[in-house]
Design a protein around this ligand. Structure first.
Ligand code: SAH
Length: 266
């Protein structure tokens, strides 16, 4: 394929056949699956998935890759190519009744976090997601309370999905090799979510606020949103710091904000 990798599009193409097989095995595509790959690039994963799924969608931003990809996959199955920006793409419309999406991708690392949020906002239509990401990002996604890497990303994702890190991949598996190590991760949106969250906006604001000053106690970092007494009512210590709280604690605090707001409007 006569195409030079472009930095602007975060292009690091997989070329290690052993790693590609491990990825395909982890996804385990079935014929009836409603598969969509983000950033198929030169088709390293696509050409393995398509013969198993028979039909799949791909969303690729670089128009120079579209024609070669169509050509490469022509005899492998039915490939629907969307030459679009995944960050703005409406994934919902690809999901059919009884056929929720299975999303996969070796993602451009510079857009991975906004893309995860964009996808989770459509999670009612997504069965699972498998992504290659920067290892450091996967560590943050899957982190448990108490550690340094536990933060906003951990809480926001785990409030809606099960996060399972699967394996690490060294940079030598890619061309050109990225500067950082990578990891492959599975996300399974939970329906219903694991904890009751009455208002997602409030939850999101509260989590952001709590971690924006993660060294501070909740009493100080959340002071503008929730009084010390209101925090105490939930059974959570106002002297604790954000990184000590479980996802359920954050859900309880956010629900508390909502009920305090309601009371003050009555
Ligand atoms: N899956 C391929 C390519 C990975 S590189 C492989 O594993 O070899 C990342 C790919 O994402 C590139 O093809 C790049 O062009 C594409 N990409 C970058 N930004 C994108 C965006 N916003 N929306 C869709 N695709 C994008």
């Amino acid at each position: 394929m006569n195409h030079r990798p472009r930095k602007r599009f975060g292009q690091n193409f997989l070329h290690d056949p052993g790693i590609i097989q491990r990825i395909v095995h982890a996804i385990d595509p079935q014929q009836d699956d409603n598969l969509v790959e983000i950033g198929p690039g030169r088709g390293a994963i696509t050409t393995e998935l398509l013969p198993l799924a028979h039909h799949m969608h791909v969303v690729e931003l670089d128009r120079n890759l579209i024609e070669p990809l169509a050509h490469l996959c022509a005899s492998l199955g039915e490939l629907e190519i969307h030459n679009r920006d995944a960050l703005k793409f409406d994934f919902n419309h690809l999901a059919l009744p009884g056929h929720p999406l299975r999303v996969v991708g070796n993602l451009p690392y510079n857009i991975s976090t906004p893309l995860l949020f964009h996808l989770l906002n459509q999670s009612g239509r997504i069965l699972d997601m498998h992504f290659m990401l920067q290892k450091e990002v996967v560590d943050r996604m899957a982190a448990a309370p108490g550690g340094k890497v536990y933060g906003r990303l951990s809480v926001m994702l785990q409030a809606r999905a099960d996060v399972t890190p699967l394996f690490h991949i060294g940079s030598g598996a890619f061309n050109p090799p990225p500067k950082v190590d990578s990891a492959f991760v599975r996300l399974q949106p939970c329906d219903p979510p694991p904890y009751r969250i009455d208002d997602w906006d409030i939850f999101s604001k509260l989590v952001r606020q709590a971690f924006s000053q993660r060294r501070k106690t909740l009493r100080n970092s959340l002071g503008k949103i929730l009084s010390t007494e209101a925090i105490e009512v939930t059974g959570i210590d106002p002297g604790a710091r954000a990184e000590q709280l479980s996802v359920e604690d954050f859900a309880n605090l956010a629900n508390r904000v909502l009920s305090v707001n309601r009371l003050s409007h009555e």
